[in-house]
Design a protein around this ligand. Structure first.
Ligand code: KG4
Ligand code: ZN
Length: 332
């Protein structure tokens, strides 16, 4: 399965076997280009995708020693994401599907993140409590079967990744902020009492106030050690995530907990999850570190069950920038 992903600022292509062996996983990151703006500039992202998409797909096929005719199908992210970025991957996938006469499978990016746990050898036991924490999303879902989700709660404003990125910007640390702020946090002490928004109030999240609290703190005490600010911020975020997980687990029975999305790469989050597992015995499925952030292998992994069930798309589908988790995956 060839996977193509271009929903945000990474141009990615991968070849993945039915057993989820990753034969290639090529990612051309635009990080350095967007770094100077402190975040992704959509118009620049689409233009860079146009330049990168063909070389990246070519490299993925070469590294996998896969010839086009050996492919079972071509899968591509149809949403959610930036419209201009999505269109580039979709146009490339459609063109190749036409020329190579291959079936095409349009994949929900969020289903891709969920499928990424398969690369860690993790087997989901349904119903699954899903915590999706990425740059674009923060949500909790109850997944009763592959592709069948009930959203339990979501962020009302910023996502966790976005909060990380904005705090990184406030601390002048660069983009993407997650890994940088985490590294800083590991060297610091949690000593500033930042707010834990909506802590015991249902399963929705809110992170923009936390980010504003960090901004306010930095304005009034310029001498604060950035390590301690980062540690206090990360602890506040993790306290909220862990509390919401505990609340959801108490509300209904679950077979396993899956934590996916870019922030699932956080060593601080992983440590807190390991602690949760020690205390409660809950089975936790995580993607391998390098599969947590955006990649095309997860798109191919999500496409395999759809291919097996014959859920092939016609060539007239379009990009769907606002696609949600409960839509578009129900036919798996
Ligand atoms: O899933 P992803 O690659 O893209 C989206 O679908 O949004 O997530 C990207 C987000 C960024 O906001 C980035 O700062 C965050 O994931 N991230 C992390 C870490 N690595 C990436 N956040 C916290 N700790 C990390 N180690
Ligand atoms: Zn993503």
């Amino acid at each position: 399965m060839l996977g193509i992903e271009s929903s945000c600022d990474d141009t990615a292509a991968a070849v993945v076997t039915e057993d989820l062996d990753v034969l290639s996983n090529v990612i051309s990151s635009q990080m350095e280009i967007h770094n100077r703006y402190g975040g992704v500039v959509p118009e620049i992202a689409s233009r860079v995708h146009v330049a990168e998409i063909v070389p990246v797909i070519d490299a993925a096929l070469k590294q996998a020693h896969a010839r086009p005719r050996e492919l079972s199908a071509i899968s591509v992210t149809k949403g959610p994401g930036l419209i201009g970025s999505l269109l580039v991957g979709i146009a490339a996938a459609k063109g190749l599907a036409l020329v190579w006469k291959k079936p095409i499978i349009a994949v929900n990016h969020l289903e891709g993140h969920l499928a990424s746990v398969g690369f860690g050898g993790g087997r989901l036991t349904y119903p699954v409590l899903v915590l999706l924490v990425s740059g674009g999303h923060t949500l909790l879902a109850r997944t009763t079967a592959p592709g069948t989700h009930q959203i339990l709660g979501a962020t009302r404003d910023d996502s966790v990744g976005e909060a990380y990125d904005k705090v990184s910007c406030l601390l002048n640390l660069g983009y993407p902020g997650g890994p940088i702020v985490d590294r800083m946090a590991l060297k610091g002490t949690d000593r500033f009492p930042f707010p834990r928004p909506l802590l015991k109030q249902g399963l929705d999240f809110s992170f923009s106030g936390l980010k504003s609290a960090v901004a306010h703190h930095l304005r009034k005490s310029l001498s604060s050690a950035p390590e301690d600010v980062a540690a206090s911020f990360a602890t506040a975020v993790m306290d909220v995530l862990l509390e919401k997980i505990a609340m959801a687990l108490a509300q209904a029975p679950y077979g396993s907990l899956a934590v996916v999305g870019g922030v699932a790469a956080s060593p601080i989050l992983r440590e807190r999850l390991a602690d949760l597992k020690r205390r409660t015995g809950v089975e936790i499925c995580l993607p391998p570190l390098k599969m947590a952030t955006d990649n095309a292998a997860m798109i191919a992994a999500a496409a395999w069950p759809r291919f097996r069930s014959g859920a092939i798309d016609s060539l007239d589908f379009g990009a769907d920038p606002g696609l949600s988790l409960s839509e578009g995956g129900g036919d798996v």
